[in-house]
Design a protein around this ligand. Structure first.
Ligand SMILES: Nc1nc2c(ncn2[C@@H]2O[C@H](COP(=O)(O)OP(=O)(O)O)[C@@H](O)[C@H]2O)c(=O)[nH]1
Ligand SMILES: [Mg+2]
Length: 209
């Protein structure tokens, strides 16, 4: 059974850079990965809404840091109506890598993204999304190494492989065996979504159930 149930999820605001971000008063979950890997889709799945984070088939369109306020309730057997909701900020980040824009524009985005990742103190969990069909791209291993340079003791890092439905059963088993600590997500077969939500909340709020 899912340990946490979604109570609400709303778009809060967008920012171009760190200085425009809302006050850092909530724990944040930063979703990062290549353009088109499925960041917005996963946020929509977790938030149980079709179009909360704009998902598009045109890579590189999201240039802004988007903040979504989510609220969760612990799934208790007894009456939980008086329970205080757990508030968590989901942050949809601009995709790195491919984008159909000028080089100078790309460099500016990269600078803004790097500054956010390094200096946004309230990030508790980095969720690195990787395409299940391309698990070993250099751009992704560079990202792991990069975040590893500044990851603090009170921050966690997890890899989630997206588009798991694009693999056949034997490819799925192989990927799972190769990355035993990772999670796997599919927008077509949503059965892993509750597990992903629980993982995110437990690793963000430091909950032990
Ligand atoms: N088959 C399949 N397609 C997906 C999945 N996740 C995302 N996509 C598709 O991949 C494209 C890019 O997704 P999007 O969420 O916009 O990627 P983002 O750029 O990382 O935010 C869209 O056409 C999605 O429908 C998935 O789990 N399975
Ligand atoms: Mg997106």
């Amino acid at each position: 059974m899912q340990a946490f149930n979604l109570k609400s999820a709303n778009f809060l605001t967008s920012a171009q850079n760190l200085s425009q971000c809302p006050p850092p008063i909530l724990s944040e979950v930063a979703f990062l990965g290549r353009s088109n890997v499925g960041k917005s889709t996963l946020i929509n799945l977790l938030c149980n809404q079709k179009n909360l984070a704009k998902s598009s088939s045109t890579p590189g369109k999201t240039q802004l840091i988007n903040f979504f306020l989510t609220q969760w309730c612990k799934n208790l057997p007894q009456d939980s109506t008086k329970q205080e909701a757990l508030k968590l900020m989901f942050v949809d980040l601009p995709g790195f890598g491919y984008a159909k824009v000028a080089k100078s524009q790309k460099e500016l985005w990269n600078r803004n993204l790097v500054e956010f990742l390094r200096k946004r103190d309230c990030i508790r969990l980095f969720v690195h999304l990787v395409d299940s069909r391309h698990p070993n791209l250099e751009i992704d291993s560079n990202l792991v190494a990069f975040v590893g340079q500044f990851l603090r003791g009170d921050q966690r890092f997890v890899q989630i492989f997206t588009k798991f439905d694009k693999l056949n059963a034997s490819e799925q088993n192989k990927l799972k065996a190769t990355f035993p600590n990772a999670l796997f997500s599919s927008s077509l077969k949503k059965q892993n979504t509750p597990k992903i939500a629980d993982f995110i909340i437990e690793n963000t709020l430091g909950y032990t159930l």
